[in-house]
Design a protein around this ligand. Structure first.
Ligand code: AHG
Ligand code: MN
Ligand code: MN
Ligand code: MN
Length: 335
C-alpha cells in the first residue's frame, strides 16, 4: 500500500446519513430525506452569503420581524431559500421561522416532520463579515396531524433532531439525531459536508465566559454577582475567567463546543425572558449541548429541554456549556 497520507475513505454527510439509517432497522429513510433537504439549504445559504458582497446583498430591508428584529436582506433571502428547501423534501409539513410571523404549512407535503429555524443567526454582524449561522430544530409531527402549532409547541425533549450550520472561515455543521453529536466541514470543491468531528464531546471545564456585558446595568443582583465572581481568582486558586463574545450565538456556542466554557444570554429588566427564542435558538443548541455532554438551563436553573413554549416566538434566558461552568451558576443561585 503506498503511503499517500491522503484519506481515500472520507465520510460524506450523505454516507453518514445512510449508515445511520441502516442502524435504525425500522427506518424508512424519511429522516434521511429531512437531513438531505437541510444540508442543501445550508450549502445554498453558505454560497449566497459568501457572494453577498459581490451582488450587493448587504444591508437592511427596512422591515421588522415578529420579534422586533430589523430584517436584513440576507435574513429574508435565507428564509426563502430555507423554506423552499423544506418544501422540496416532500415530507416536511410545517415550518416555523424567525422571519415568519406565523407557522407555515407546506401544501402538498406529507405530514411527517415539523422544522423550526433561525435562517440567519447573528445577522446584525453580517455587514461586518463576522461568522453567522443557521439553527434548526426538528419534531416528528403528532399522529394524524395535518399541520398546526401543536406540532411545535412542545417540550424541548420531544425534538427528534437538531443542527446548526456556521458560515465562518469554513462552513461547519453540527448535527444530533439523539445519539451524540457529529461535526462536519463543507468541502467546497466536492460540494459535500465531510465528517470532521465524529462523536464530539464538550470539555467538562474551561475558564471562558461569553455574555453581553453591555446589559450588566439591567441584570439581577444574583447574575451581576455571579459574573463578577468569574472575574476574580477562583476558590481553587485558579485564575479569573477569560471573556469571549462574538455576538452571533452560533459562533459563541460553536467555540464553546470546541473549547468548553459558558455562554449566556440572561433575562434582564428590559427583557425578563431574555432575547433568544426557544424553538429555533435555545432548544436546538440545548439538545446538541446535552448530547455533547454539556448542560443548558434558564435563569431559574430549569433544564431548557423541559420548557414548553406557548407561542412560536417565545423567548428564554439561557446558560449553556461545560458541566463545570453551568453547575457553578446553579450553585450560585442556590445560595
Ligand atoms: P438573530 O441574528 O438570529 O436575530 O440572533 C441574534 C442573537 C444571537 O445570535 C446572539 O447571541 C444575540 O442575538 C446577540 O444579542 P446582543 O447583540 O444583544 O448581544
Ligand atoms: Mn433576528
Ligand atoms: Mn438568532
Ligand atoms: Mn436570525
Amino acid at each position: 500500500k503506498i503511503n499517500t497520507d491522503v484519506d481515500t475513505d472520507i465520510i460524506t454527510l450523505p454516507r453518514f446519513i445512510l449508515e445511520n439509517q441502516k442502524m435504525h432497522l425500522n427506518a424508512k429513510g424519511d429522516f434521511s430525506q429531512v437531513l438531505n433537504a437541510l444540508q442543501f439549504a445550508f450549502k445554498f445559504i453558505s454560497q449566497t452569503i459568501r457572494k453577498a458582497e459581490l451582488i450587493n446583498l448587504i444591508g437592511i430591508t427596512g422591515d421588522m420581524n415578529s420579534t422586533g428584529d430589523q430584517q436584513k436582506k440576507l435574513d429574508v433571502l435565507g428564509d426563502e431559500i430555507f423554506i423552499n428547501a423544506m418544501k422540496s423534501s416532500g415530507i416536511i409539513k410545517c415550518v416555523v421561522s424567525e422571519e415568519q410571523e406565523d407557522l407555515i404549512i407546506l401544501e402538498g407535503n406529507d405530514s411527517k416532520y415539523a422544522v423550526c429555524c433561525d435562517p440567519i443567526d447573528g445577522s446584525s454582524n453580517l455587514d461586518a463579515g463576522v461568522s453567522v449561522g443557521t439553527i434548526v430544530s426538528i419534531f416528528k409531527m403528532m399522529p394524524d396531524s395535518t399541520g398546526a402549532c401543536t406540532d411545535v409547541l412542545r417540550h424541548g425533549w420531544e425534538m427528534c433532531g437538531a443542527c446548526y450550520a456556521m458560515y465562518g472561515a469554513s462552513t461547519h455543521l453540527m448535527l444530533t439525531m439523539g445519539d451524540g453529536i457529529d461535526g462536519f466541514t463543507l468541502d467546497n470543491n466536492l460540494g459535500e459536508f465531510i465528517l470532521t468531528y465524529p462523536n464530539l464531546k464538550i470539555p467538562d471545564h474551561r475558564a471562558i465566559y461569553s455574555i453581553n456585558e453591555g446589559n450588566t446595568y439591567y441584570w439581577t443582583p444574583e447574575i451581576k454577582s455571579f459574573i463578577q465572581s468569574l472575574k476574580e481568582p477562583q476558590e481553587d486558586g485558579s485564575d479569573p475567567y477569560v471573556a469571549r463574545y462574538v455576538g452571533s450565538m452560533v459562533a459563541d456556542v460553536h467555540r464553546t463546543f470546541l473549547y468548553g466554557g459558558l455562554f449566556s444570554y440572561p433575562g434582564d429588566s428590559k427583557h425578563p425572558d431574555g432575547k433568544l427564542r426557544l424553538l429555533y435558538e435555545a432548544f436546538p443548541m440545548a439538545m446538541l449541548m446535552e448530547q455533547a455532554g454539556g448542560l443548558a438551563v434558564d435563569d431559574k436553573g430549569r433544564r431548557i429541554l423541559d420548557l414548553k413554549p406557548n407561542h412560536i416566538h417565545d423567548k428564554t434566558s439561557i446558560w449553556i456549556g461545560s458541566t463545570n461552568e453551568v453547575n457553578k451558576y446553579l450553585n450560585h443561585i442556590k445560595k
